[in-house]
Design a protein around this ligand. Structure first.
Ligand SMILES: [Cu+2]
Length: 739
């Protein structure tokens, strides 16, 4: 069997491109039925269209890997994405769109601790009859925990919907700090001005618009995030990918399970879900509860601070929130369900000028007392693909991982960003489906330049680390960096460069979504040594002027040390092995999925995902050590453990192998091919059901996910809790199981 590139090389013959397009069309019917839930992956195996390992069976005309009579076609059946003449670095990078803060009293109906089960008519396409207006499961178990302790202080009201023009863009900064973009102009949803405007069934984002959205949160101010589902009731109106049910996960929020975007607590078109994000320091119910530590504090609008409960060592900064719909997360996040949240606290104020002995004064600005975005920039990296009409396209068959061939930053194809000669903070998020990035900074001559890494995932590091390239970033990892542009001259250009090459020469030439095939040197990446279209320069910094005012920001040598857990006994150790060929042992079709991946828990069988099964139940108020093991060398997994930040104790058994930039707190842990690591975690403040999963979302959706549950914490959070099984007419519950 002859294999060809995942994306055809641009010099592929016209016949081969035609065959690739034909194979894609041939598969469209199956893709549609799968994306609509009309068939399951188990059905496809039964029909012989998939091997039991989850691979597309070698059937000509269906599997693009298989030779056709005339010519072979590309693995995903996708020819190279057309760019319609778009040139790199020819469009300005739009900064995130800041979601408006609203008074909680403006919400109608008013939010309630219990799910609002007021009935409404259900669309006939969803079965008709009546159902609740809120999709949150009913009853005490799914009521907001700590609602009286953390009453919401600010509200957001956002609708998930199809692509449309943005007429309310708020970058939070003047045009001069947004590369000259006129925010008042209506902004169409396009990845480049030369590329077609996206249709409402191709892209589904928060408010249906770009740029991606930003929530500016602060500690001690609980958020009521009302998320409306404005997606089509007709499940088939999805252009081949994307599910119209959603569940919104505030990625590593420290909160109750009812607000965690649990994979089985999804909601339907026309419903809303009230997420209560308390934005508290971990330990808030047991540590510094009398609020006397000045470093545990939050900014007020007048420049002062208020002390809050919890451990200041647990202060977080850079979050994102995204869909977590069971089996459909990859499609939904890729389609646009991804946003970021900056959290401000006394230490990380978003004001570089206030000197009070607590504020770290990281690059940001100083006009407002907190949350200045002038020199604090969110960067969302994602690889995308487009069909021949220029509409966003996805291959839901790539169970090993999906790699796009168009590199975007903030959903813009290879943009530029204008900077002043001063320090900037960049909050970099890997929002890809499967791809790893390795980011370097280069000057115009291709010489590596210094960056200072200050954060990893949600957390500022104990100390900054100076590098010329960052470590690999798995999906969902966030790296905060500072670049000092005062070292350059006006007119200089610098670039962020991707060194992580996913092009697999050995396997016949395709983009490999399982791991980085090789890490390139900067010279190789800039010199065209790779056929991976997402390698090389992807963001251009243009130094356009001197600093508008003196740069008062700092990068202190001491930032946030880890909490010292040595006095807390380790109540238990657990081992999770992440690998292939999981067994579907579930009897509950509503809560389980098949797929080639799986997780082995404490020496048991390698099992596929079932959110009705509890795989671990740590005791409330304890600390444990979890060993995360990669079962193979042919792939990597970025493993995300929900709920509370962990500390990596060792890699491959050695504390010395934990690099400096991983010595803070983290929530997503790259195992590396064949690697293992040990992480220590605490379980406190909140209860309920949470998840642990691979954040290569194709692995996650194809069975590399498990449910764990906080055991105890008081009524009603005594495990095991009933498992929600949502329907448009209301949520039903199934009995949870431990096996
Ligand atoms: Cu994985």
């Amino acid at each position: 069997m002859r294999r060809n590139p995942f994306y055809m090389p641009s010099n592929a013959s016209k016949a081969r491109l035609r065959d690739a397009e034909r194979a894609r069309r041939n598969r469209q019917e199956i893709v549609r039925d799968l994306s609509w839930g009309r068939v399951s992956r188990r059905d496809l195996v039964k029909w012989g269209l998939f091997t039991s390992a989850g691979l597309l069976a070698p059937i000509g005309g269906l599997n693009p890997f298989v030779s056709q009579a005339s010519a072979a076609v590309g693995p995903t059946g996708m020819p190279p994405s057309p760019l319609f003449g778009a040139q790199p670095f020819s469009q300005a990078m739009p900064r995130f769109d800041v979601l408006p803060r609203k008074p909680v009293s403006s919400l109608n109906p008013a939010p309630t601790a219990y799910s609002n089960q007021t009935q409404m008519a259900v669309d006939p396409l969803l079965g008709g009859g009546t159902g609740p207006i809120e999709g949150r499961p009913p009853g005490s178990v799914w009521a907001h925990q700590g609602y009286a302790m953390c009453p919401p202080g600010v509200a957001y009201e956002v609708t998930q919907r199809g692509a449309r023009n943005n007429t309310t863009y708020n970058p939070g900064v003047p045009s001069s700090l947004n590369s000259g973009i006129n925010a008042a102009a209506s902004m169409p949803l396009t990845f480049h001005p030369s590329m077609p405007v996206q249709s409402p069934d191709a892209v589904w984002t928060f408010e249906g618009t770009v740029p991606p959205k930003l929530v500016q949160a602060r500690y001690g101010e609980a958020i009521l995030f009302r998320h409306y589902n404005g997606l089509p009731a007709d499940v088939t109106q999805n252009r081949g990918f994307g599910r119209h049910t959603i569940s919104t996960h505030e990625h590593n929020g420290h909160h109750g399970a009812e607000n965690d975007g649990f994979t089985g607590a999804f909601f339907f078109p026309n419903q809303f879900y009230d997420y209560h994000w308390p934005v508290v320091l971990a330990g808030c119910t047991s540590y510094n509860t009398n609020c006397i530590d000045p470093r545990a504090c939050t900014p007020n609008d007048d420049g002062s601070t208020t002390m809050i409960a919890g451990d200041w060592h647990e202060t977080m900064s850079t979050h994102w929130f995204h869909d977590h719909m069971f089996s459909f997360t990859a499609q939904n996040v890729y389609k646009g369900n991804a946003a970021m949240m900056n959290i401000y606290g006394g230490l990380d104020r978003g004001n570089e000028a206030i000197v009070d002995g607590v504020n770290l004064r990281l690059p940001s600005g100083s006009a407002k007392s907190w949350g200045n975005l002038d020199y604090d920039v969110n960067l969302m990296l994602a690889d995308k693909a487009f069909d021949q009409d220029g509409q966003l396209a996805f291959d839901i068959f790539q169970f090993d991982g999906f790699c796009g061939d168009v590199m975007t930053v903030n959903l813009a194809y290879r943009p530029y960003f204008e900077v002043e000669r001063r320090k900037y903070r960049f909050r970099i998020l890997n929002a890809s489906v499967s791809r790893f990035f390795k980011v370097a900074l280069a000057n115009a001559a291709g010489v590596a330049q210094q960056m200072t890494q200050i954060g990893n995932d949600g957390n500022l590091l104990p100390s900054p680390v100076i590098v010329t390239s960052l470590d690999e970033m798995g999906t969902a990892e966030r790296y905060d960096i500072v670049i000092d542009f005062s070292r350059y001259r006006n007119g200089d250009k610098l670039h962020l460069v991707n060194l992580a090459d996913h092009f697999e020469v050995e396997q016949g030439g395709q983009l490999n979504g399982k791991k980085v095939v090789r890490v390139l040197t900067l010279a190789e990446a800039l010199g065209g040594a790779s056929q991976d279209p997402c390698v090389g320069r992807f963001l251009e910094f243009r130094v356009v002027r001197d600093a508008a005012s003196p740069d008062t920001s700092r990068v202190p040598l001491q930032m946030i040390p880890n909490p010292n857990l040595s006095l807390i006994p380790v109540s238990r150790e657990r081992t999770f092995v992440f690998g292939r060929d999981g067994i579907n042992a579930s009897l509950d079709g509503a809560t389980s999925s098949g797929g080639p991946w799986g997780i082995r828990n404490d020496g048991g069988a390698m099992l596929t995902a079932d959110y009705g099964r509890i795989s671990a139940a740590p005791q409330y108020g304890t600390r444990e050590i979890w060993h995360l093991v990669n079962d193979g060398g042919g792939w990597d997994h970025p493993i995300h453990i929900h709920f509370e930040e962990g500390q990596i104790l060792s890699r491959n058994g050695s504390a010395a192998l934990v690099p400096a930039w991983e010595r803070g707190r983290k929530d997503t842990y790259r195992l590396r091919p064949g690697g293992r690591l040990s992480v220590t975690l605490q379980f406190r403040d909140w209860g309920g059901m949470f998840m642990e999963h691979c954040h290569n979302t194709m692995h996650e959706d194809n069975a590399m996910l498990l449910r764990w549950e906080l055991n105890g914490g008081g009524e009603p959070y005594l495990a095991p809790l009933p498992t929600p099984v949502p329907t448009p007419q209301g949520v039903t519950f199934h009995d949870p199981r431990y096996t």
